[in-house]
Design a protein around this ligand. Sequence first.
Ligand SMILES: [Zn+2]
Length: 419
Amino acid sequence: MSLALLRTGGMTPASFQYRQPTRLVFGENSIDRLGELVRELGGAGAKVLVVTDKGIVQAGHVERAAQSLLKAELSVAIFDGVEENPTTRHVAACVECAKKNNVNFIVGLGGGSSMDTAKGANFILSNGGKMADYWGVNKASNPMLPFIAVPTTAGTGSECQCYALISDDETHRKMACGDEKAYASVALLDPVLTISQPLAVTANTGIDTITHAIEAHVTSAKTPVSQIFSRESWRLAQANLEIVLHEPKSLAARGAMQLASAYGGMAIAQSMLGAAHAAANPLTAVYNVVHGQAVGIMLPHVIRFNAADEAAASGYADLASTAKLARGEDDPQRGVEALLERVLALLAAAHVPESLERCGVARARVPELADDAAKQWTAKFNPRGIGEADFQKLYQAAFHPRPMAGADFGTVRQRKDDR
Ligand SMILES: [Zn+2]
């Protein structure tokens, strides 16, 4: 195995393909190009539904988007009923609004929740049925309405991947509905729009970006192409997160975070995610822990757990040397320690709670949480095989304040077929 392959944390898979269907349009004040882009894709007859939330309306971004659409002589309807962690109820309301206004073009303007709701509504509008019908991958048969994603946070990467994350209103299970046809035609990245975020949102979405990059870099589904994006996402995010927290108006740093988020989405589209996301979802579902905080609390413990896997350790070391933290290729475990130290500093800067106790999680519910985590779809892409007993250990470790040096997750069964 060559040194280059060791550094990327594993062998090149026997086969893979890569296609990025989303056109990236980046630039300060590029929101003013929305009308022109919709017209180019949907023609003069485009009837646009802008899917957003009330905070984005208040920030003035919806008005600005609508002005651009009206200037291009397009008809515009607004759905501003999106809320955090959207459910089937939000999607149904959005579909109703779309039908009432007879729209044929969708713009998702806001954070991940707006983009997820827009994608979810697009499934139903173009293919009928209910959200659960599309739980999984490529379940839609009809082409979907053209869709432009305009993120106002830098975090979820939803603008560059084809999954709508929608919770079932009754069961509270988070359904990941993915389809090649659900990609945005354009991701319109305007760093100016991200300045209006409250500081806590900047912090939480920033930690989500960091977690996406680190998890995506080592999953069992990673490819040499996805690692190009996860590596660059990590490089940009780790260098700029503290800057946007201290200088929220720095457009250069905001732009870098926005690109880090988009690159993270491009990586995830291929590599999927790992155990930090699998462990975080039950915390959000049961205790309403904000997604960025939930993944942030679990991340150091997951890194420690996965580092027992040689290929994962090598991937972490690659990230450490990318950020010039350590020359990881000499000794991957030194790289892992350097990465952990940097992650802990970023979590502290973003005020991520130090332990599950601080989030009100009861130790007695760990078995139930672990059972749910092990069933999460992302768990199966974790680089080291992980089951319910392992998740119990991860949650228990997360009750201790950071740093958690000395936490022992045992040795690993080395995979022969590391991809
Ligand atoms: Zn995430």
